[in-house]
Design a protein around this ligand. Structure first.
Ligand SMILES: Cc1cc2nc3c(=O)[nH]c(=O)nc-3n(C[C@H](O)[C@H](O)[C@H](O)COP(=O)(O)O)c2cc1C
Length: 201
C-alpha cells in the first residue's frame, strides 16, 4: 500500500544517493582542449570505485562549492598557448582553468591535499613544457594547499618549465605526443607515490 510517508521515504533515499555520489573522498577535475587530459583523467578514475574517487569532471562544468567539498583533489591540465592554462583564450571550448580559478581565488585550501598531473609536448614546446601545471601549483600553494606526487624530471628532454621546483616536477608530467608509450607505467608509479596520502591502498 502506498502512503505519504512511503513517498517521502523514497524521495529521501533518492536525495541520499545523490549525496553519496558527491561524497567520494577524492575529487578529480581537469581542463582539456583536444581531449588528451580528459582521457587520462577518465583512465585514472577507472582504477577506483565511486566511494574513493568521483567521476572525472571538466572544470568548465564544476561549481566552487563542489570543488571545495573534497579534502583530496587530483587536478589535471594541459598547457596551451605559450605556456598558458587551458581556457577560452586558448580556444578551449567551454573554457577551462583560466575561467575557473577566478571563481575560487577567495578560497583557502588549508588542510587539503592536491596531486597534479600535466600534459605537454616537450619537442614542440621545450621552453614551456607543462608550464600550466606550474601555474596551478602556484595558485593553490598561495592558498595554503599541501601537495603530493612530485615527479623526477630525468626522463624528459626539454629546456625549461614553470612546473619545476628543486629540479622536480610539482606533479606527474605526461607527453602523449612524444612519450605515449611511457604513460601507463608513469601513471601506475605515480599512483603508488600518492597512494598513502590519498588512501588508495
Ligand atoms: C596551440 C597549442 C599550444 C601548446 N602549447 C604548449 C606549451 O606551451 N607547452 C607544452 O608543454 N605543450 C603545449 N602544447 C601541447 C599540449 O599541451 C598537448 O598536446 C596536450 O596533450 C594537449 O592536451 P589536451 O588535449 O587535453 O588539451 C600546445 C598545444 C597546442 C595545440
Amino acid at each position: 500500500m502506498l502512503y505519504p510517508g512511503h513517498i517521502l521515504h523514497k524521495r529521501f533515499v533518492a536525495f541520499a544517493t545523490t549525496e553519496v555520489n558527491n561524497m567520494a573522498r577524492i575529487g578529480l577535475f581537469f581542463a582539456s582542449s583536444t581531449g588528451n587530459t580528459r582521457r587520462i583523467a577518465k583512465a585514472l578514475k577507472k582504477r577506483f570505485d565511486d566511494d574513493t574517487m568521483a567521476d572525472a569532471l571538466n572544470v568548465n562544468k564544476a561549481t566552487p562549492e563542489l570543488f571545495a567539498s573534497y579534502s583530496h583533489l587530483i587536478l589535471g591540465t594541459s598547457t596551451l598557448g605559450a605556456g598558458a592554462l587551458p581556457g577560452l583564450s586558448t580556444d578551449c571550448m567551454g573554457g577551462g582553468w583560466e575561467e575557473f580559478l577566478p571563481k575560487i581565488e577567495h578560497l583557502d585550501f588549508s588542510g587539503k591535499t592536491i596531486a597534479l598531473f600535466g600534459l605537454g609536448d616537450q619537442a614542440k614546446y621545450p621552453d614551456e613544457f607543462v608550464d600550466a601545471m606550474g601555474l596551478l601549483y602556484e595558485f593553490f600553494k598561495a592558498r595554503n594547499a599541501s601537495f603530493v606526487g612530485a615527479w623526477p624530471a630525468d626522463d624528459y628532454d626539454f629546456i625549461s618549465s614553470k612546473a619545476l621546483v628543486d629540479d622536480e616536477f610539482v606533479g606527474l608530467a605526461l607527453d602523449q605526443e612524444n612519450q605515449k608509450l611511457l604513460t601507463d607505467a608513469r601513471l601506475e608509479t605515480w599512483l603508488k607515490l600518492i597512494a598513502t596520502e590519498f588512501e588508495l591502498i
